[in-house]
Design a protein around this ligand. Structure first.
Ligand code: AMP
Length: 564
């Protein structure tokens, strides 16, 4: 079964797979469209509609339409309440995933059972976890979560039949190309500097904002339209004071925004409360009212380039613009004039899904080759493929190519592609400052550290005979690693209990953080001198509890049974 690639977008989602030649193709469902709006309409307490139907109905039933749910991923407090039932972001996203996969299966005749799902590079641990959860709820085997810019770079660098991109001589005499991916989607923005070598992708720096995207442009236009409408119709109610009116305005604003990517001016009809206005909107006005939004993307891009420069990146060879919102001419112009870059639009709507499919195909081949080597005793189950003896790896690739009737070169290339990435946030623990006695964050992992991460740090107990140690794992919230407790987000908390008496203050407590390419963080802590197997009980403070997970899964299963 192929591993599909899914771009679970803020405004639109898409699913892709690789064909027999290893070329990624987007699966088109019953609608004939390659992307499906990430919108859910809860029609009754038992029925829901996903996609264009939900988007169209949004105007008539705004209180039951959930859009932009990706912005809520990882927010354990947030619920969408419809018809007396409440849905977490992961649960709503699972409905989108399920519908997308079922629709693609209708179109292609092929079930989607396992997938790589993409997330913005800037997504933290909780958001990635919630994304995995959404896939699991949807009945998918989530093989991996992959950062969107990496997916875009994969589709640019490895999605072509003619092989790798045109590479130049690199610093270490290897051939490489440095690529900046500027990804402005519907709800998120990512800037990423990536180095593309013949068979390697290395993420050198990331920056971004997952509360910034095309939807913010829509919002600014809505405000402008409502002001103009109210000025022309002083007796009419403000459309933004009414949910149906604002929904209608958002749809009109988004349409106008798209039109203004191709022309200088457009007309928007706003009809509300028995009044009607035809408002002319020019591209210049649009650019003026949204300049602060664009500025933020430019500032984040600049800081990403600076972080890459600190890692020795002297030049950027190529600038890829992905994400639907990078179609706005103001984006290209700002990248040129403000940063002196020469950007090119690269398959803005589908690059991410295609890259995820390429990565999915790679993961599937790696699984086949890996289990062949494990079965033959040439690799331990916990060992990565690149630790296999080269001749054994070669032979296993040959067997896989024979079994799957694929060219050996294709199998070799897919297995050989390496993705090295960096973390998007800092992670640490709260520790008591010996001088002030205050709890403050101590960072073990810093933003832009390379993955995989395996770091250790030792702390001391604060008093003699300390029988328990509290461990609070925190994530960096601001752009810089702050030492203020207010600037961190608690990810998970636990305790090492039952430490026997007899140990001095300052006894060593070693904390280790490991994080793989999927960005999931594992934390281990132990009291060294006690030398006893001490257990860490980590309760997720900010993510869904196990009970909630089980409850939601049951709720979804009940819904499915009723719908079946
Ligand atoms: P994505 O998340 O990459 O699918 O991007 C979707 C976003 O791109 C939405 O906010 C759309 O309104 C926006 N978008 C799509 N096409 C255009 C266009 N031609 N001009 C401006 N924005 C666009």
């Amino acid at each position: 079964m192929p591993v599909h690639g899914i771009d679970l977008g803020t405004t639109c989602s898409a699913v892709a797979r690789c064909d027999r030649d290893g070329r990624p193709e987007v699966l088109v469902g019953l609608t004939g469209e390659p992307t499906v709006p990430s919108v859910v309409l809860f029609a009754t307490d038992r029925e829901h509609v996903v996609g264009e139907g939900a988007r169209r109905q949004a105007r008539l039933d705004p209180d039951h339409v959930c859009a932009l749910v990706k912005r809520r991923m990882g927010d354990s407090e947030w619920r969408f309440v419809a018809h007396g039932r409440s849905w977490s972001a992961a649960a709503v996203s699972s409905l989108i995933l399920r519908s997308l996969c079922e629709d693609a299966a209708f179109g292609s005749g092929e079930q989607v059972t396992s997938a790589v799902i993409t997330v913005p590079a800037y997504f933290g641990d909780e958001e990635r976890r919630a994304t995995r959860l959404a896939g699991t709820y949807a009945g998918l085997d989530v093989v991996d979560v992959l950062s969107e810019p990496i997916a875009a770079a994969l589709s640019y660098g490895f999605g072509r039949l003619d092989g790798a991109p045109d590479l130049r001589k690199g610093r270490d005499d290897g051939d490489y190309e440095t690529v900046l991916v500027y990804d402005l989607g519907g709800g998120t923005f990512d800037a990423t500097v990536i180095e593309l070598a013949d068979r390697r992708i290395s993420v050198l720096a990331v920056d971004g904002d997952h509360q910034l995207g095309g939807a913010d442009w829509d919002e600014r236009i809505c405000l402008h339209l409502s002001r103009r409408f109210c000025a022309e119709n002083p007796d009419a109610e403000d459309p933004l004071d009414d949910s149906a009116g604002s929904q209608e305005l958002v749809i009109a604003a988004e349409r106008a925004k798209r039109e203004l990517s191709d022309r200088d001016s457009t007309e928007v009809v706003v009809a509300h409360d028995g009044h009607r206005s035809t408002i002319t909107l020019t591209r210049a006005e649009l650019e003026d009212m949204t300049s602060a939004l664009l500025r933020r993307t430019i500032d984040l891009t600049r800081s990403c380039l600076e972080a890459a420069a600190q890692r020795g990146v002297a030049r950027v060879d190529r600038v890829l613009m992905v994400g639907g919102s990078s179609r706005m001419p103001m984006v290209e112009r700002a990248l040129r004039t403000e940063l002196g870059l020469v950007p090119e639009l690269h398959d803005p709507d589908l690059a991410v899904a295609k890259g995820a499919a390429l990565y999915g195909a790679k993961k599937e081949l790696e699984r086949i080759v890996g289990s062949d080597l494990v079965t033959r005793g040439r690799l331990r189950p916990d060992q990565p493929l690149d630790e296999a003896p080269p001749d054994e790896l070669d032979a296993a690739c040959r067997r896989a190519a024979d079994a799957l009737a694929l060219p050996l070169a294709q199998v070799r290339r897919q297995v050989d592609i390496r993705v090295d990435t960096v973390v998007s946030r800092g992670f640490g623990v709260l520790a008591r400052n010996a001088m002030t006695g205050e709890l403050e964050p101590v960072w073990l992992v810093h933003r832009n550290d390379h993955l995989p991460i395996d770091v250790q740090r030792s702390f001391g107990t604060v008093r003699p005979d300390q029988d328990a140690i509290e461990l609070q794992v925190v994530e960096q919230q601001s752009q810089v690693a702050s030492s203020r407790i207010q600037d961190v987000k608690l990810l998970v908390a636990g305790a090492i209990d039952g430490i026997p008496p007899g140990y001095d203050a300052g006894s060593e407590v070693r904390v280790s953080f490991t994080m793989g390419f999927d960005g999931l963080l594992k934390v281990l802590a132990y009291h060294v001198q006690a030398g006893l197997p001490l257990t860490l009980t980590a309760q997720t403070g900010a993510t869904l509890s196990q009970a909630e997970v089980a409850r939601e899964r049951d709720q979804l299963q009940r819904t499915r049974r009723r719908e079946a």
